[in-house]
Design a protein around this ligand. Structure first.
Ligand SMILES: [Fe+2]
Length: 353
């Protein structure tokens, strides 16, 4: 496959780049991403980290902003075609036989097929197809080499391998970061783009210094979003803290709208979640006012089932992204928060943060 034919390389040149997807298109793409993102927590966590690493590396090598939303979707969904490969092969501890390799190789093509017909995912679908190509031309499915492979695909290849090595898998333990860096270095110029490898390893070294000094962790290393949850009822506040505790966020739980505004004024807050009633104002008022102070935050609202009709009227004015129906199911709640974080990442990427 020639990537020029598909117009993907035009993204390398901001002057010729296609426009970023419109909000409606991103909504549609995100809805599909949610449906096809693997459901098991291991693969899901891997996909989210690959997205974080890929965006960090893309920023570092100063890729044009216009590719970022495509890179977000490409990295998030890079393995969406694995649904068609049996667990027996996916989790095999040793090397694959040639026929198993052929079956495994189908997952990038299959991912491409699933995503290519969805307008806003069309560009990302090529990154998905190419994420197992190799710099030396010995990858799959098309045996592309060097710059025949799109730079976004080369980024996804690198960060995918690094995260796979440094994460636990059911069939093997996580590799220490230093050892994984050695593996990456040994693939420089054969499996991986040499310049991107150098930049990525430099980035990881810097991150390790921060990890050692306690300023970062390796899980979601470049983006630990702040979530402020506000609710007047103390029992609901406890329930929120319990349900949101395992989410990869910096969580603050408060009782009043005033405290929400204080949080927003003292640092960036990526997500605000409010109950219907706070100690000093309604949740809808709080979201409406916080819209001015933190226009890029994602706003969520708790909503007792029988109040949905009333509260939905505030949706437009308060800029509510989603309602969380009370009582919530913990896993679904966390998935919703995760989805809102992806949403925030996409908008951050589009806005050039
Ligand atoms: Fe893959």
């Amino acid at each position: 496959m020639c990537v020029e034919e598909n117009g993907v390389n035009s993204l390398d040149d901001p002057g010729r780049a296609e426009p970023a997807p419109a909000r409606e298109e991103l909504d549609a793409a995100l809805a599909l991403a949610r449906a096809i993102l693997p459901r098991d927590p291991v693969t899901r966590g891997h996909s989210l980290r690959v997205m974080d690493y890929a965006l960090a590396l893309a920023r570092r090598v100063k890729l044009p902003r216009i590719v970022f939303p495509h890179l977000v979707f490409g990295s998030l969904l890079h393995d969406c075609g694995k649904g068609g490969v049996s667990d027996h092969i996916l989790q095999k501890p040793g090397p694959l036989t040639p026929s198993q390799m052929r079956l495994m190789g189908l997952h990038s093509e299959r991912g491409h097929t699933i995503t290519r017909c969805v307008g806003p995912l069309e560009t990302a679908s090529l990154f998905i197809r190419q994420h197992h190509e190799r710099w030396d031309g010995h990858g799959y499915p098309d045996g592309l080499r060097e710059e025949e492979i799109h730079v976004c695909s080369r980024i996804i290849t690198l960060v995918d391998v690094f995260d796979a090595l440094t994460s636990h898998r059911p069939y093997r333990k996580r590799m220490p970061v230093q050892a994984a860096m050695g593996v990456m270095r040994s693939g420089r110029g054969s499996r991986f783009d040499p310049e991107l490898t150098d930049t990525f390893l430099a980035m990881i070294r810097e991150k390790m210094v921060n990890v050692r000094q306690g300023r970062a962790t390796f899980f979601r290393p470049w983006f630990t979003p702040a979530l402020v949850a506000a609710e007047a009822s103390s029992s609901l506040r406890h329930a929120l803290a319990r349900s949101l505790g395992p989410c990869p966020v910096q969580l603050t739980v408060v009782a009043s709208g005033e405290e929400v505004f204080n949080q927003v004024e003292t640092g960036p807050v990526e997500m605000i979640l409010v109950g219907e009633a706070l100690s000093d104002m309604t949740g809808a008022e709080c979201l409406w006012l916080s819209r001015e102070l933190a226009p890029r935050s994602v706003r969520l609202m708790l909503c007792p089932f029988n109040r949905l009709e009333v509260l939905v009227a505030h949706r437009e004015q308060a800029g509510i992204y989603r309602f969380v129906v009370v009582p919530w199911q913990e896993r679904a709640f966390r998935e919703l928060v995760e989805e809102a974080l992806v949403w925030r990442q996409i908008y951050g990427a589009v806005k050039g943060e």
